[in-house]
Design a protein around this ligand. Structure first.
Ligand SMILES: *Cc1c(COP(=O)(O)O)cnc(C)c1O
Length: 355
């Protein structure tokens, strides 16, 4: 059996759009794509009059090297959000198949399932916010085609261990894709699951340049998966997903100096994460701070809604989690610069002293 037997048969049979840039890459005289022969202005160094590469080769190679996989196992898109959407659309028949997830978790999995009219199967995290492996394997219905595991999990910050992922992927072989969303893995002590994708053709890993790489505005995300899955999703993807300026920004961020800068910032962020967690734990009104492997903290307050409003009135915006199961009294607080974090702590401390 091929992993593509899990994909929608109608899409496997669909003839993909063949763009000009796919059919012919470059020549001296380019008259095949109805582009403007002139760049928008004389000093444009990016050749913005030309369509970009459907999959930017150099960027895909850099990312493959960075993530420790082969270039053919890399699908680059508009943020990992695009890959989430493509996976659900490519593998789930509306009204028939299901997407599984472990709430409280990232909201996009359920949104993409809803847009596709796929069923949503929820296997909640345990009371201490860990993936409940046995419940997961016992409960997933046969209709499940895509299981999303978020590690570190947004918004609780815990990781799924590699041996758990290994076991889940093996148990769901020939049944479902297992997609590990590692948007925050750079901030974690845990290794990436990308080392397992050669062992399981149903395993995929989502990585992004939006968080640790500081490029949320450029929208560059990656799915690492079996070559067959990557090639299938390329066929249903928009022909030119990545704007040239975004590719250029990503390549610049990934050069030697960029990598060094990113590593320094991650070190700083992790130490700030520890400092903020400790400061918060010392404040009255704070009940708990979940141990986080990401660049945010989920914090339980006596009065989360009031704390949220008070922070906002003092110019600090954090994320309310009242809509997430089990997190009614929690706020999610991103780790900022040391100055920003100190301001957050000051606002909360003044309040604690006044109370
Ligand atoms: C931020 C986030 C993403 C989105 O990443 P993009 O690459 O910006 O689309 C994906 N997954 C999780 C869990 C996130 O928190």
């Amino acid at each position: 059996m091929s992993v593509l037997d899990l994909a929608r048969a109608d899409l496997r049979a669909l003839a993909p759009y063949s763009s000009a840039r796919m059919e012919a890459k470059a020549a001296d005289v380019m008259l095949n794509a109805n582009e403007s022969p002139w760049p928008p202005s004389d000093d444009d160094g990016l050749a913005l009059n030309r369509y970009p590469e459907p999959q930017p080769v150099l960027l895909a190679e850099r990312l493959a090297e960075l993530y420790g996989v082969r270039p053919g196992q890399v699908l680059v898109g508009r943020g990992s959000d695009e890959a989430i959407d493509l996976l659900v659309r490519g593998f789930c028949r509306p009204e028939i198949d299901a997407v599984a997830m472990c709430p409280p978790t990232f909201g996009m999995y359920a949104v993409c399932a809803g847009v596709q009219a796929a069923a949503i199967e929820k296997v909640p995290l345990t009371a201490d916010f860990a993936v409940d492996e046995d419940a997961l394997l016992a409960r997933l219905p046969a209709a499940t085609k895509v299981l999303f595991l978020c590690s570190p999990n947004n918004p609780t910050g815990g990781v799924v261990r590699l041996n758990q992922i290994d076991r889940i992927a093996a148990a769901l072989a020939e049944r479902s894709l297992v997609i590990v969303d590692e948007a925050y893995i750079e901030f974690a002590d845990a290794p990436s699951a990308s080392s397992l994708i050669d062992r399981h053709d149903n395993l995929g890993v989502l990585r992004t340049l939006s968080k640790a790489w500081a490029l949320a505005g450029a929208r560059v995300g990656t799915l690492l998966a079996n070559e067959q899955v990557v090639n299938f999703l390329r066929r249903i993807m928009a022909p030119y997903p990545l704007p040239s300026p975004c590719v250029a920004a990503a390549l610049a961020a990934l050069d030697d100096e960029g990598q060094e800068r990113m590593r320094r910032r991650v070190v700083m962020l992790r130490s700030e994460r520890a400092r903020v967690a400790e400061a918060l734990l010392g404040l009255s009104g704070v009940r708990a701070v979940l141990r986080s492997q990401a660049n945010f903290l989920a914090v339980e307050f006596d009065d989360a809604a009031g704390t949220y409003r008070r922070l906002l009135a003092n110019g600090v915006v954090v994320r309310e989690l009242a809509g997430y199961p089990g997190l009614a009294d929690y706020l999610r607080i991103s780790i900022g610069t040391p100055q920003e974090n100190s301001r957050l702590i000051d606002v909360l401390r003044r309040r604690a002293e006044a109370a």
